[in-house]
Write a protein that binds this ligand. Structure first.
Ligand code: ZN
Ligand code: ZN
Length: 205
């Protein structure tokens, strides 16, 4: 598995590319905007993106969606409870970020516990609301894409519309802290961590 991090879009969000090197097919997590570095990497490796998965609907994570959807003609995956963000530029702040509104409805809605198989890779979707109502985390093997739910020694803001600290705390404890301690956490911003480290040291939880 080829897993690579790119910083994309107005806030330089963590965008993850995950590809099965044998089939050269894979998925993209949270394209925050068009990225030359990502485009060059995809092209030079002849990679094909089969799905774009969105951890939530904030503009810093979704402004690359139309660009990469057109490039790969692939479905967008998200949680229904963030439609009010995906499909409303005023709510997702994309106009402020990009100078043009980004609005769309995901092609595939996922729920907590859903399994997806992409190019032979098995993904488990975990609904982790609190930062936004439709926030999801994605588990693949011992790697967790945590979006803005869980950061290294921190958590996502819960003071935006639709956010709730109590809901986020419950989601982290019931969905994420039950994972093995050595689970790698790849958040939407800043550096990586592990579940074991966050269980022990995260000051917010
Ligand atoms: Zn966010
Ligand atoms: Zn973010």
């Amino acid at each position: 598995m080829d897993l690579k991090l790119f910083y994309t879009g107005p806030m330089q969000v963590n965008t993850y590319l995950c590809v099965n090197e044998e089939t050269k097919k894979g998925f993209l997590v949270d394209p925050g905007g068009p990225s030359m570095a990502l485009d060059q990497y995809l092209e030079s490796n002849d990679y094909d993106i089969e799905y774009i998965i969105l951890t939530h609907g904030h503009g810093d994570h979704i402004c690359g969606v139309p660009y990469y959807k057109e490039m790969f003609n692939c479905p967008i995956v998200g949680h229904r409870d963030d439609i009010y963000l995906f499909n409303d530029a005023k709510e997702n702040l994309s106009t402020a970020f990009m100078g043009a509104p980004i609005e769309f409805i995901p092609d595939i809605f996922v729920e907590d516990g859903d399994m997806m198989e992409i190019a032979g890779m098995k993904l488990l979707i975990l609904h982790t609301p609190g930062h936004t109502p439709g926030g999801i985390s994605i588990l693949i093997g011992n790697i967790l894409f945590s979006g803005d739910t869980l950061f290294a020694d921190s958590i996502g803001r819960t003071d935006f519309k639709g956010g709730s600290f109590a809901v986020l705390k419950k989601a982290v404890h019931t969905k994420l802290f039950v994972l093995p301690d050595d689970t790698f956490v790849l958040p939407g911003h800043m550096g990586t961590t592990t579940i074991g480290h966050e269980k022990k040291y995260n000051p917010f939880l």
